[in-house]
Ligand binder design. Sequence first.
Ligand code: PRT
Ligand code: ZN
Length: 285
Amino acid sequence: MTFLSIALQKSGRLSEDSLALLKECGISIPSGGAKLKTRASNFPLEILFLRDDDIPGYVADGVADLGIVGLNVLEEKGQPHQKIKALGFGSCRLSIAVPRGTDYTGLSWLQGKRIATSYPRITAQALEAVGVQADIHEISGSVEIAPGIGLSEAICDIVSSGSTLLANGLVEVDTILSSESWLVAAPQLSAEKAALLDKLRFRIEAVQKAKSHKYILLNAPNEALPHIIAQLPGMKSPTVLPLAQTGWSSLHSVINEEEFWERIEGLKAAGAEGILVVPIEKMIL
Ligand code: PRT
Ligand code: ZN
């Protein structure tokens, strides 16, 4: 029987969200302490637990058919892969930071300077693209201390809240990569594996769409319906059901989470009452 293998981060910032995504896709993974490998019980999927840095290599060699890893790691490793889907978690950015008070004027300020990073490849590419030559020092951890100990004038490191930079007297001055986790696949997959990947992708899309939408129910006097319906396009068009009270209807629709607050004002102004907004578990269009 054909099955897919997927490489996930064993323990770190992406582990929990990666496993949660598979679970939301209805894939059950036995929880088991320090295992390196396990099989899903209800989907032909084998899970390999690895360090995130090793995932691009495993996927490039086809040892793992799929992987979930940050774009920062993928770009730094520069190994062949197919990008399947951005997953919306593990968001961060790779940024240049300099000591507070530095008169930074843009990437050209880095000309001839020393810059410490764990991302030498991405940093070199970003500088090369603007014709800047800097002395890139690769260090594997605690990059933020480099300027303080006199190792470099700047750093290029992953930032999310920015509190690590702040605590080290550094200021973020330029972002060279915006990153999030991606589902990636080996450069070549057999037709059988590609079909399984399509199944998985379909489930991920249903989960992602559900997360970005809400189910909305409201009551309105019938004369207000045309105005309300105009504001609630729904998947096709809203469902309208009569209420026991004559002259009133209940209207059901799906609304994009991002538009929710904007729409809600308009709906109330148009006469909507008793508005309920509920999460959607899966959404298949
Ligand atoms: O052991 P393994 O090699 O698997 O894990 P790791 O320690 O290399 O990686 P891990 O778990 O720290 O991060 C995995 C991935 O999460 C990264 O490759 C990024 O894609 C993503 N990610 C998201 C982050 C952050 N946010 C983040 N904040 N990775 C690292 N950080 C670091 C940052 O460099 C800083 O030093 O966390 C620190 C705190 O950040 P601030 O800005 O919130 O202070
Ligand atoms: Zn790592």
